[in-house]
Design a protein around this ligand. Structure first.
Ligand code: GLV
Ligand code: MN
Ligand code: MN
Ligand code: MN
Length: 399
């Protein structure tokens, strides 16, 4: 079955009837269904599937061993996400393996399809959790204690789903097997539309991180509390939203977003007692993200003080600027007939891995230029082109 057919098979898994699009998160039923589906599809293609200590799925062609050529992506989504971010890289990998098998190809080094757990951080807040755990880029105790919006810890969710969270942590054996990691991904902006190309080779990933502002004030009655008598944490929360836009707009290459804000208790006629605000901040080029966050935090602090509220700021994740392996980039470009290189503002497991192994990315054009939303798209022809390109690259790199 082609990459398109495989995407069709999972089109109904994890649909979000409230938000639209898909909500597939670590260790939830939809993600579990996708893990089972992936395992069956991989086994049908003659691959041996194993789960590593951190819940990442590996499907091996040949005996697992060092210097393996590994390709894959993730199957989880943001809340209300699109159909392609993550799954496209997985189905293209399965398709490429089937195509190589059909032509009688035998890889000279072990080849694996890898599915990372919780790439989006949609449930536990930290993106690229599977690759961060694998590479030791996040402390395992800290990871186990992460909580989802219902207060369930990662450790609890993982054990309920049949995993062993006590084994989470840096996995030197798994890491030592990867010679090269290649992630095919739908493009998430307008880069390929502007270049007029269906495919690109990844060049750099922007420095980015997530911060949480926790404001606390005095919960109270919306009608009985006069305006001068309030300590409303929604006021400094609003200041963060406005400051993110204002501050990032004057810094070249900066993007700052508040996409999630949780007031408690959350009643229309209730002045909130606490508000948590999550800031996603990114800046191209040098790592200039933290100074940007500091400026927003300064504005938030003043707004909190003026309102008589307290504020706590914590950094939930951070990744510096990444440039993918120059030799691999050159080779991919040559192999694919000179497709252009493209930087990205999105984070990826390949970027986390690139600090440890040779890593690279291929992007497939997204004609809407929209991602992390149901409008995310790739034309059928481009999906097929991407899977063929991946097969060509795997054939070449594994001989
Ligand atoms: C992941 O897709 C991210 O960059 O937010
Ligand atoms: Mn994403
Ligand atoms: Mn992705
Ligand atoms: Mn991503």
């Amino acid at each position: 079955m082609s990459a398109l057919g495989l995407l069709g098979e999972i089109a109904d898994v994890g649909r979000d009837r409230v938000r639209g699009g898909y909500s597939r998160h670590a260790f939830d039923p939809a993600e579990g269904e996708l893990r089972t589906w992936f395992t069956e599809q991989a086994e049908r293609r003659g691959l041996d599937v194993e789960t590593d200590r951190n819940g990442n799925l590996w499907a091996w062609w040949g005996t697992p061993g060092p210097d393996a050529l590994v390709t894959g992506s993730h199957l989880d989504s943001v809340p209300g996400g699109g159909a392609f971010d993550g799954p496209l890289g997985v189905v293209s990998a399965l398709d490429a393996v089937a195509a190589l098998r059909a032509e009688g190809f035998r890889p000279r080094k072990p080849l694996a399809v890898l599915v990372f757990a919780e790439e989006e951080g949609g449930r536990f807040g930290v993106p690229c959790l599977g690759s961060r755990l694998l590479t030791g880029s996040i402390d395992a105790d800290r990871a186990r204690a992460l909580r989802d919006p219902d207060g369930v810890t990662l450790a609890e969710a993982a054990s309920r789903a049949g995993f062993e969270p006590e084994r989470f942590g840096r996995d030197d054996l798994a890491l030592s097997r990867i010679g090269t990691f290649l992630e095919l991904h739908v493009e998430q902006g307008k880069g390929l539309i502007d270049l007029g190309s269906p495919l690109a080779v990844g060049s750099t990933v922007i420095a980015h991180g997530r911060w949480r502002f926790s404001f606390s004030g005095q919960g109270n009655h919306a009608g009985a509390t006069v305006m001068g008598d309030r300590h409303d944490p929604m006021i400094p929360a609003a200041a963060v939203v406005a400051a993110a836009r204002r501050v990032a707009s004057k810094v070249e290459g900066a993007r700052a977003t508040v996409g999630r804000l949780v007031p408690r208790p959350g009643g229309t006629n209730v002045i909130a007692s606490t508000v948590d605000v999550w800031l996603d901040a990114r800046v191209t080029g040098e790592d200039r993200v933290r100074p940007l966050v500091d400026e927003i935090a300064g504005i938030a602090g003043e707004a909190a003080a003026e309102e008589g509220c307290a504020v706590q700021l914590s950094e939930e994740s951070y990744s510096g600027t990444v440039a993918f392996d120059a030799g691999l980039r050159g080779r991919l470009g040559d192999l694919l007939g000179g497709v252009p290189e493209l930087p990205t503002g999105a984070g990826h497991d390949a970027a986390i891995l690139s600090g440890h192994v040779r890593a690279g990315m291929l992007y497939v054009r997204n004609p809407t230029g929209i991602s992390h939303a149901p409008e995310e798209f790739a034309e059928d022809d481009d999906v097929e082109r991407g899977a063929r390109a991946l097969a060509d690259v795997l054939r070449n790199l594994s001989t």
